[in-house]
Design a protein. Structure first.
Length: 57
């Protein structure tokens, strides 16, 4: 199974920390998990950064 978590940050805030813990738990179970975030604060090779843009409606 492959899992991609998408969040604003990897560990910067309550929701980000919860998402990172879910990610770590999945890795511990042998599941291929990655994070795609706007702001990277860790040095994990499983965390990737994406440019954050604001949508204009």
């Amino acid at each position: 199974m492959n899992v991609l978590h998408i969040n604003q940050s990897d560990i910067g805030g309550g929701a980000a920390i919860a998402g990172y813990r879910l990610h770590q738990g999945l890795l511990a179970q042998g599941i291929n998990s990655h994070l795609l975030v706007g702001k990277v604060k860790t040095s994990s090779d499983r965390v990737a950064s994406s440019k954050v843009t604001k949508a204009v409606v």
